[in-house]
Design a protein around this ligand. Structure first.
Ligand code: HEC
Length: 123
């Protein structure tokens, strides 16, 4: 009898596993596309829609703690000191961003990390 129960338990457990994976990551047609990750066409729009209300050149002093994320040079500075990725990934030791809002999507975080891995280019 034990020999029958064990495979049954595994079957039930794996069924639950696949169910929750779909719920968490969505169906395969929502895969994150990281073939093109340019500063001008991918990174800037992500920052524009999630960060620049507080971190534009004009708003940074009043709303963004003086941190600017509008121009390439300023974004690169915050990549090199680790703060940009630390804050969007909500790592300990960094202030979670966007401040007061939900974490940006896993896909947007992957796009940012891919752009950094490719050399943080001004492309
Ligand atoms: C509602 C305003 C607001 C938004 C939106 C916002 N920030 Fe911030 N951010 C702040 C403020 C204010 C600070 C200064 C620290 C503080 O007061 O919390 C800050 C600090 C930071 C820091 C420094 C973190 C550290 O650990 O020292 C980084 C990096 C940063 N923000 C990146 C971002 C990024 C990237 C986004 C978008 C994904 C974003 N912020 C969205 C207001 C905002």
């Amino acid at each position: 009898m034990k020999k029958l129960i064990l495979p049954l338990v595994f079957f039930v457990l794996s069924a639950c596993y696949y169910d929750s994976e779909e719920a968490l990551y969505g169906t395969p047609n929502t895969v994150c596309d990281v073939t093109v990750t340019k500063f001008s066409t991918e990174i800037k729009p992500i920052l524009q829609s999630n960060c620049l209300t507080c971190h534009s050149n004009a708003a940074a002093t009043a709303n963004g703690g003086g941190i600017k994320l509008q121009d390439y040079a300023d974004v690169k500075t915050n990549v090199l000191n680790g703060k940009l990725v630390g804050s969007v990934e909500h790592r300990s030791g960094y202030l979670a961003m966007p401040k007061g809002g939900g974490k940006i999507s896993d896909c947007n975080i992957l796009i940012i990390n891919t752009w950094i891995a490719k050399g943080t280019l001004n492309d």
